[in-house]
Design a protein around this ligand. Structure first.
Ligand code: GUN
Ligand code: ZN
Length: 406
């Protein structure tokens, strides 16, 4: 058993965080106790006085093959995809290159305090397997999926419904549930690059195998017009996904900015979760997601960096943009980042907060030079939310194991 000492904060609800001085973690990586006073039990004491200990950050939407293609300014989402992103993703046909970037990617996530990531791989089965292998080596928690497209993209990135199902089956059989930490997400890119046949085949295999589903929804007006043209006869973009079977309790849609009340109701009724990607939305000028409107429909919201349309791997920087997009207290922002992410993945019994019985996924944060640990908690978190970055992350733990520094 190990006993961690520091200013330990957990965000079970959005208004009143819990605070402790000591956290005991068992050999199995689970939290045994949280207390103000040092527990009597024997165990190695790890002293982080002067530091904050927070639940690990959940990045609910990030693209691995776009890690080195951040900050590429262009005219629109569709233009950006064609000019920069499809060419970048084509390079992942090279396994060695895919391995090198995968290593850099997962190590950057851990260095930034992300303990759980929901990842879009490239359109290649081999690169997706490599992403799983490299994630497994680090010990990070991740949900990963091969991006599926069968129209409106370069030939090299296109698949067929049959091939897609085979690829999903073979990789998911090996990796879905691995060590209780790695999971598979069926990942049709978006309706602009997927036929109805492909989306239906993808959602079928996801349901049969109990996999997650992730895709993009209603990010830019031009994209929405394109979906209208490609799928005439549907009332809305959301109804295309509904018909394809892509919506449900284990589905996470990225962006979901420009929605009607009817679309929000469909998302809520199907239990679909939203990955809110504010940094990306600002970068590509996609619009501002109305958080209040989503919440009025009871939708579950997680935060995503959406690297590379989002320029920042650090979820501190995404928090800042979430705040600029929709005013909220620091407590609410950290709650969305941690519990929101856990709920979106239906992992709230295991991660998302520091509670007895949960896995010890946590980060050690040095608040200096922005603030001191003795400051009022709201002040401290406010300064971290607006000014924090990877320099404030001192250590990252998943299941009680320190993964960074390694
Ligand atoms: N829509 C379809 N593909 C993508 C992508 O790679 N990034 C973003 N931001 N939106 C998308
Ligand atoms: Zn995305």
């Amino acid at each position: 058993m190990r006993i961690y000492h520091g200013r330990i904060v957990s965000f079970e609800d959005s208004s009143s965080p819990k605070e402790y001085g000591y956290m005991a973690v068992g050999e199995d990586g689970k939290i045994i106790s949280l207390s103000q006073e040092k527990p009597d039990a024997e165990g190695e004491l790890i002293d982080y006085s002067g530091y904050l200990i927070l639940p690990g950050f959940v990045d609910a939407h990030i693209h691995l093959p776009q890690f080195h293609r951040r900050a590429m300014v262009s005219d629109s989402l569709l233009d950006w995809l064609e000019r920069y992103i499809f060419p970048a993703e084509m390079k992942f046909s090279d396994g060695e290159f895919a391995r090198k970037v995968s290593r850099e990617f997962f190590s950057a996530l851990l260095r930034n305090g992300t303990t759980t990531a929901v990842v879009y791989s490239s359109s290649h089965r081999e690169a997706t397997e490599i992403a799983f292998e490299e994630a497994a080596k680090t010990g990070i928690r991740a949900v990963i999926g091969q991006v599926l497209m069968d129209m409106n993209g370069p030939e090299e990135l296109l698949t067929t419904p049959e091939r897609a199902v085979n690829d999903i089956r073979s990789v998911a059989l090996k990796w879905h549930g691995f060590d209780g930490r790695l999971f598979y997400a069926v990942t049709p890119r978006f309706a602009v690059s997927c036929t109805m046949d492909l989306m239906k085949a993808a959602s079928n295999v996801a349901r049969k195998m109990g996999l997650y589903i992730q895709t993009h929804l209603s990010e830019q007006m031009e994209e929405i017009m394109e979906v209208k043209k490609l799928f005439p006869g549907f009332e809305s973009y959301t109804e295309v996904y509904l018909k394809a079977g892509l919506l449900g309790e284990k589905s996470i849609v990225g962006h979901a900015i420009h929605l009607s009340g009817r679309e929000r109701r469909i998302l809520a009724e199907t239990g679909t979760k939203i990955a809110h990607c504010p940094s990306s939305n600002f970068f590509l000028h996609s619009g501002v997601m109305d958080l209040g409107a989503q919440e009025r429909f009871g939708l579950t919201i997680a935060l995503g960096s959406d690297v590379g349309a989002g320029p920042f791997v650090s979820m501190f920087e995404v928090l800042r943009d979430a705040y600029y997009a929709n005013a909220m207290s620091p407590f609410k922002a950290f709650h969305l980042l941690t519990m929101g992410g856990a709920r979106a993945l239906r992992m709230e019994k295991r991660i998302g907060s520091l509670e007895v019985g949960k896995d010890a996924d946590f980060i050690v944060v040095n608040p200096e030079p922005l603030a001191g640990t003795r400051d009022d908690l709201e002040v401290l978190l406010s300064r971290l939310m607006i000014l924090g970055d990877e320099r404030n992350v001192t250590a990252t733990y998943v299941q009680g194991r320190r993964l960074w520094p390694s």
